[in-house]
Design a protein. Sequence first.
Lengths: 249, 226
Amino acid sequence: MKLTLKIWRQKNASDKGGFATYPVDHVSKDMSFLEMLDVLNENLTEKGEDPVHFDHDCREGICGTCSLYINGKPHGPLQTTTCQLHMRSFNDGETITIEPWRAKAFPVLKDLVVDRSAFDRIIQAGGYVSVNTGGVPDANEIPIPKTVADLAMDAAQCIGCGACVAACKNASAMLFTSAKISQLALLPQGQVERKTRAEKMVAQMDAEGFGACTNTGACEAECPKGISITNIARMNREYFSAVVSSENM
Amino acid sequence: MSWVTKTLKSTLGRKLVMALTGLFLILFLTGHVSGNLLLFKGDGGEAFNMYAKFMTTNPIVKILSYLTYISVIGHVIYSIALGQLNKSARPVGYAESKASTNSTWASRNMGVLGTIILLFLVGHMYSFWYQMHWGGIPTVVYGTEEYKDLYSVVQVAFQQTWMVALYVIAMGFLGFHLSHGFSSAFQTLGLNHVKYSPAIKAVGKFYCIVVPVLFASMPLYIYFTS
């Protein structure tokens, strides 16, 4: 395959940035999208040019590090992570536009790399459970109904890649935050900090400068892990019931 | 900052205000369209004029009407605040976006649709609401009581082609606004569940078509029958 890549290049956080166009040749249909970028970067490096910076880690679709906005969609045309996207999803001779996630809370650091530490701070605000230290607890010590465990696990599938924010027209982080609130609110272990968690995580989400959800459903449609917006409804219930019943003034 | 103001300043609190005011306005629309069906009665406007008097004099309706004004104003103010926040959350946009593949057009354009509906509302309230309250409109006598003849004002208004066209088009925008707003309000309230969400979605689809069509049929009926 022969492709033309239109890639966002930006030297650093304060640089204005702009698009650069690169032709790539000898692209196999079986390459992953990131492998195709590796080929481009090898060519650039050989020519003495600065390679295109992009985030990636496990390349197995489980870590949530890759984050490219490809041809107008987060993670490209398929509902998967960029690392699990293959070049067979594109046509020979196609021009592919690659942009970084766009959100005030996700500032571009360099080229296609954005700072997603806002997500970390939302987790730090309450996305944890306090447990007693000691030996490993016995399996099934705390009974949890299968249906509840399934819902919690569905929410826990969120890998925090930020595609929800990237897809949302308001750059809202409510799908992410709601998944993290849900996975703990559903389980017995999460009950102690339940109300405080909902209040603090929502407050941190707002403080980071994410937008407000308008229920377009774009996040759910683009989420590589298929996180449902029923989690957002649950977060709303958790938050509203917390503000009227918690001890936090 | 008290917990109430803190909540109302949060994104979720502001969304809650949008949902509650929106749902109240949906209730208002239901009442408004039901009452206006009296225009089809064919009694020369007697029932409609009596209804119009009831709606402007009954104390309970008065309270409801003030709640409606507050809802409209609240819905508008909060939408502006949320709209600005949402705009500022993405200072640099995408060069290419395929939003149509993941969301409906109406859901992405609620602000535009709402603005058009608001502009329509201003004109609509001047044409009928203002005239009913403070305009020098003719009166009729049914039995021994005198009534303001709002029916004749409506009749005159909808003899004009441009008025009829404006009303029909405006109802189209209302339909699109409701097509997202109805079920969206329930989602914001946290009411999303496999047991009843399909019903909410179905009622929303029915409502967003039936109510605007009924409203639009009124000027059309008057235009083509008189």
